[in-house]
Ligand binder design. Structure first.
Ligand SMILES: NC(=O)c1ccc[n+]([C@@H]2O[C@H](COP(=O)([O-])OP(=O)(O)OC[C@H]3O[C@@H](n4cnc5c(N)ncnc54)[C@H](OP(=O)(O)O)[C@@H]3O)[C@@H](O)[C@H]2O)c1
Length: 332
């Protein structure tokens, strides 16, 4: 795919938290990354909504455009990083990039949870990879772990703390004795909440990630509508106190199980015993426990959100692509 190239030109669609994180790592770890990839890496262009916005990283104005679709299909672009979020224009950009022969890396869990089938079908038709390690648990390589590392086993259970913001709010309530409203307002003032807070507190974000993990684990496109979902807004200080008095801690747990061929998926607040592996996942971290039939229980945890952890996963997908790793959709 990239064999004849000495330089890989990257189109960055989005220059927010994650997009700027990607450029930060590309600048600071340039020699290391280029050695890993065996190619020079350059930014060919950056799509944003607002050309006037002040950015933390100073780059030539000539790189910026508001025309994301045009950039995604430009002749001089070798690979597209979709880091805008939302469904449109992200979906059109990804599909058009693939149709124009460009591999794609995306961190967009909402897009993959809703349109994964359409995107991976298009990628397959065009014989191109789509990297999406960043879409679940950011720096924790849970996609590769599940899709590739455990490919010989059948997964029958997944359980995870997948949303950092709700984990922060519940941790504040538990450790600082704050009410839900106080903890929510603090998360808001620290910039932790999505533009639409319902994505976090009503469990949508965790459900998007669960759909991706369940699709890989159970080898069938899981549907968002099949996730039983309950958010954290109803958790009261009394619930927290009751859990605490019985040695438990409340977390928003996303879980998927396959029992006798039937898959169930849930996102809801659960009181976990203090000795449960997910009970110690602190604010800003993500953790996933898996049960694989021939080998038993696995647990992975690490930085699950934020600029650098997410950018790290985006760039790990680029390295994998440049090494011709197999990246076939959800692995089935
Ligand atoms: N932030 C995290 O910790 C995290 C973790 C894992 C995955 N993700 C995923 O990564 C993606 C990006 O998240 P983020 O936090 O970086 O978002 P963000 O900070 O809101 O940045 C979004 C970027 O996309 C640009 N953009 C949005 N709509 C556009 C449009 N129509 N045309 C051109 N540019 C457009 C914005 O431009 P302006 O700057 O001009 O507004 C901004 O630069 C999302 O899918 C998110 O779910 C994020």
């Amino acid at each position: 795919m990239f064999n004849s190239k000495t330089t890989i030109n990257i189109a960055l669609l989005g220059f927010g938290t994650v997009g700027q994180g990607v450029v930060d790592i590309l600048h600071k770890n340039k020699a290391h990354l280029e050695e890993k990839c065996g190619k020079k890496l350059e930014i060919a262009g950056i799509a944003v909504r607002n050309l006037e916005k002040k950015r933390d990283i100073d780059l030539p104005k000539s790189l910026f455009t508001t025309e994301s679709e045009k950039l995604a299909t430009r002749d001089d672009v070798d690979v597209v990083f979709e880091l805008m979020g939302g469904i449109e224009p992200a979906k059109t950009c990804v599909l058009h990039a693939l149709q124009a022969g460009k591999p794609v890396v995306t961190a967009n869990k909402a897009l993959l949870a809703e349109y994964g089938e359409e995107i991976f079908t298009c990628a397959r038709e065009n014989n191109l990879p789509v990297g999406y390690e960043a879409s679940v648990a950011a720096a924790v390589p849970v996609i590769r772990f599940l899709r590739d590392g455990l490919a010989s086993s059948q997964i029958n259970e997944i359980e995870g703390i997948l949303n950092g913001t709700t984990n922060f709010i519940l941790s504040q309530m538990q450790e600082k004795g704050q009410s839900y409203e106080e903890a929510f307002n603090l998360a808001d003032s620290l910039g932790y909440l999505e533009a639409d807070p319902s994505l976090d507190v009503d469990g949508w974000d965790a459900a998007h990630k669960l759909v991706i993990l369940a699709s890989i684990a159970f080898k069938k496109y899981a549907r968002l509508a099949d996730v039983m979902r309950e958010g954290i807004a109803q958790v009261t200080p009394a619930d927290i106190a009751t859990a605490k008095s019985s040695g438990k801690v409340i977390k928003l747990v996303a879980s998927a199980r396959k029992v006798e061929g039937k898959v169930t998926m849930q996102v809801r607040p659960v009181a976990l015993s203090n000795n449960h592996v997910l009970s110690g996942i602190g604010a800003g971290m993500s953790g996933v426990r898996l049960h694989a039939d021939r080998v038993g229980d696995f647990f992975a945890q690490g930085p699950g959100a934020g600029a650098l952890p997410t950018a790290s996963a985006v760039l790990s997908d680029l390295v994998a692509m440049l090494r011709n790793a197999e990246m076939s959709g959800f692995g089935f």
